[in-house]
Design a protein around this ligand. Sequence first.
Ligand code: SAM
Length: 221
Amino acid sequence: MKILSTEDQSYTIFSDQFSTSYHSLHGAVQESMHVYIQAGMYGYQKFFGLPKTLRIFEMGFGTGLNACLSLMESDTLGCKIMYHTIEKYPLSSEFAEAYTRMYFGQPYEEKLQILHGLSWDFPHALTSNFEITKVACDFFDFKVEQKFDVLYFDAFGPSTQPDLWGEKAVSKMYDLLADQGILTTFCAQGQFKRLLKAQGFVVHSLPGPKGKREITQAVKS
Ligand SMILES: C[S@@+](CC[C@H](N)C(=O)[O-])C[C@H]1O[C@@H](n2cnc3c(N)ncnc32)[C@H](O)[C@@H]1O
């Protein structure tokens, strides 16, 4: 594992286990904002308006960057966020601390520190607008009664983790979402989009962030 600097002055991690980085090297924050906050969180608002509470599910907590940006955005969004995130291979506390320290003096530092320090499997109300539950488990084992409005699907790509982009995974994504829900992901693979359509999603290919032609937004309605 090593920490890498990306083009927008934010940081990502290179995983030795998966031989790939957690984010785009063109900009970790830029990618997360574009794919998950804009197309996911604000995408939901565009399609369905703002609910009293927006329920977000993230596949892959990783560095905590998507959770951190969602927390930061919760002040502007105008509704409460209930955020669930799962992680099968949590970073060691030493490594999470080293990643967090890269943002020394920036607003991300304190928030990432708080997010990484939270105990697993319990809800934590971080502000009056933001509650988070981190669950240490495999995507296929994650079970919960409630449904979600927004799904950030942020696994490693299909060439690295083919199972997480196949039929069984897509069916699970569909089940996790409420009747009106939105899935977003950086992945624009044709086979994945065909599976989403076959499952019943309306699929939109949106322009990607710097360095990526397209991303995928899938609407369940
Ligand atoms: C592309 S990284 C993104 C992480 C995160 N969203 C971030 O901003 O750092 C993919 C993440 O999914 C996690 N992961 C991989 N396979 C998983 C699985 N089967 N179940 C749960 N998490 C998984 C990895 O450990 C990694 O943290």
